[in-house]
Design a protein around this ligand. Sequence first.
Ligand SMILES: NC(=O)c1ccc[n+]([C@@H]2O[C@H](COP(=O)([O-])OP(=O)(O)OC[C@H]3O[C@@H](n4cnc5c(N)ncnc54)[C@H](O)[C@@H]3O)[C@@H](O)[C@H]2O)c1
Length: 495
Amino acid sequence: MAQDIRAEIRKVGIVGGGVIGAGWAARFVLNGIDVAIYDPDPEVERKTAAVIGNARRALTRLFGQALPAEGTVTFAGSIAEAVRDADFIQESLPEREDLKVRLLAEMDAAMPDHAVIGSSTSGLLPTKLQAGMARPDRLVVGHPFNPVYILPLVEVCGGDLTSQRTKDIAAAVYTQIGMKVLHVRKEIDGFIADRLMEAVWREALWLINDGIATASEIDDAIRFGAGMRWSFMGTFLVYRLAGGEEGMRHFLHQFGPSMEWPWTKLIGPKLTDELIETITRQSDEQAGGLDLRTYEKLRDDCLVDLTHALERHDFAAGAVARAHRQRLGGGAPAVGSVLTDGRVLTISTPVQPEWIDYNKHLTEWAYLKLFGDGTDVVLAKIGAGAEYVAGGHSWYTVETHIRHLGQARLGEPVEVRTRVLAADAKRLHLFHEMVSLKQNAVIATAEHMLVHVDAKAEKSAPAPQAMQDAALALVAGQAQLPPPDGTGRQIRMPG
Ligand SMILES: NC(=O)c1ccc[n+]([C@@H]2O[C@H](COP(=O)([O-])OP(=O)(O)OC[C@H]3O[C@@H](n4cnc5c(N)ncnc54)[C@H](O)[C@@H]3O)[C@@H](O)[C@H]2O)c1
């Protein structure tokens, strides 16, 4: 029954554990989902462990402690064993239509009623792939990009018989593991992304074939120019900006005519033995003797750093990473709740990339920001939130003392726990402790004095009685605790 199909998944069957299958396994496992892999390659366990190792390193850099406990990896002895208790199946077999059609039918016969299958095919049509299945509505293409564990894009494309429910389920599953779903509305060979990549690749092959440029020069033509822009703006947004203030219309008028000139070629050059030799030799020269693993690490490090940079702008792939980071942190305790010892939990967050300094630690201003945000939580709790401020009154911080006692690194979960030490009609005396949950240690404290003000008059004024009562209740709640270490401190040189 279609209604039984589930988006909440606990276990995924991976059929085909090569470059892409192992990449999927890594993405699922590092997002807390169990996988069972079937691949007849006798080396599959070693190869998968290497890919998951790379992925663990990359995703720990990317998301840090926000990552959930890893799922488990098991290796199945047959397709049926890999899929029989799976909630979702990802097929990553070699790109051969006959093989995929035959084995997709086998998966369909063995999988549970609620499961659906995503196929990693780079360009085969799902309508053809679902031809042998008893439940063809359960197949959809989920086309990823290498390395699957970092790059967020997945193209979702249904065939003639794919149900909307299956597409929705696949999209929900991929989103759950931090991906950006691009729905391919019309089935087409090569989908969207590979058609674009192939066009560039075809031209690149011609340029080598005709002796115009080497592999290394072609890569330079991309990576020092257009490639940098493509990674966050694509091609249309870039050209819109290239059109100046008149935008895309001007750009099309200016450069449109060249589209009719026969610059580029629609069909690639014939891959003769000679051309294959030339490209392979040039590629070896370009690689400069560095091995595959070294390049994989470099690629992953650059991709993670790029994602962090984009995350600071909440843009393109960075926006996807930021949303996933928030999704991963979803189980955190409720901010604003009063803890059993009377303190208020005012901040609970992993350390974000934009808060990191050149020492790779939480940077100085970020402490003040987090403590300031913690103060806002207390103010909202006593009735001095944004609405109250809009009404013309507020609490202003008149003095702050921060002590730095330790460090926190990217992704490390930190909490700020706040005590309202004292309150009266016009004053609030707050004491924040920032705790690293990883180190189980206080890494900073902040003491603030706040004064209640009439913002228009820019003068102190008594807070409303209800607000004073709410503040005094928080004072009473923590009163049984000993005075915090470090209150009333000043900075002075010893002696
Ligand atoms: N490599 C890429 O960059 C890339 C990117 C996106 C999508 N894809 C697609 O992903 C799929 C897999 O590509 P790949 O690059 O991982 O290829 P690959 O050759 O690295 O892996 C294919 C794996 O399938 C296994 N296999 C062969 N017969 C099998 C069987 N009967 N049962 C189970 N496993 C079997 C092989 O042992 C191998 O490990 C293809 O459809 C491809 O188009 C590849």
